[in-house]
Ligand binder design. Sequence first.
Ligand code: PBG
Length: 321
Amino acid sequence: MFKRPRRNRKSQVIRSMVEETRLSTKDFIFPLFLLEGKKKKAAVKAMPGIYRYSTDLLLKEIESCMNLGINAFDIFPVVDEKHKDKEATKSYDPNFFYLKALKKIKKEFPEACIMTDVAMDPYSIDGHDGLVQDGKILNDETLEILGEMALAQADTGIDIIGPSDMMDGRVEFIRELLDEEGHQDVSIMSYTAKYASAFYGPFRDALDSAPKAGDKKTYQMNPANQREAIIEADLDEEEGADFLMVKPALAYLDIIKLLKDNYDLPIAAYNVSGEYSMIKAAAEKGWLDGESAMLESLLSIKRAGANVILSYFAKEFGELS
Ligand code: PBG
């Protein structure tokens, strides 16, 4: 036997030397949930270790993450039912607590990279990402609202806009508006291949944003489809996206690889709430080693081709590094 692959596994030093993929705190964007008010910290029931914070405490959380080398954050608002309406008007009201908080965060941590989510669901009484009429999700009418939302977010000084709504044409629509208003430097990380997934459950509980009727299958993609991701990625690239995102991550590693192999733009992957909760739940039961399972699954996302990983594990990873 001339070839013995085990020789390259014989010691820790050699194993590290030949290691092809390495995770770093720089790979991560940490999603955070923002509450209205002051001095509030509320646990997310289905996501052990994850909390919703009011602005004052969120600032402290961001600071503690930055001390660990986690410097990018995706911030989602928890919107009280009383603020919701059919047109998601609070999403572009500059006096709304979310937009005010973003301004404060950028002022306090100008060097942090702050990302926001563009979709109607947290602000909509229907709980859909787009405008609902007679049970249908309207595309072009929704674009107008998404545009207002993106502009209002860009006005706060944030760095990356994340359209997560899956309406057709929204990247171009938002890019044009941003440029017209002097926000050429604001990036767009498009949710390019966002699948209609059961793994978003804990997130919808955290934000209380589940659809009141129906599901999201007329805009989010069918988990059975791979080629459709190419159609979406071609469009996003043409429309001016700066990053292409795949979501969820673990059940869609083939899609991450597909986009990595076919596009030159950086690829992001969203390791979603349900993917976090599965590992946490099994670890709490003592059924698997949570830390190793976390590291292995994060590694698999990077190995598949993701340059950027949005993950609720980001801080925990930072604490281990
Ligand atoms: C909203 C949005 C969702 C997530 C991010 N943005 C939920 C959904 O589409 O229903 C899910 C994130 C997660 O599960 O961690 N458009």
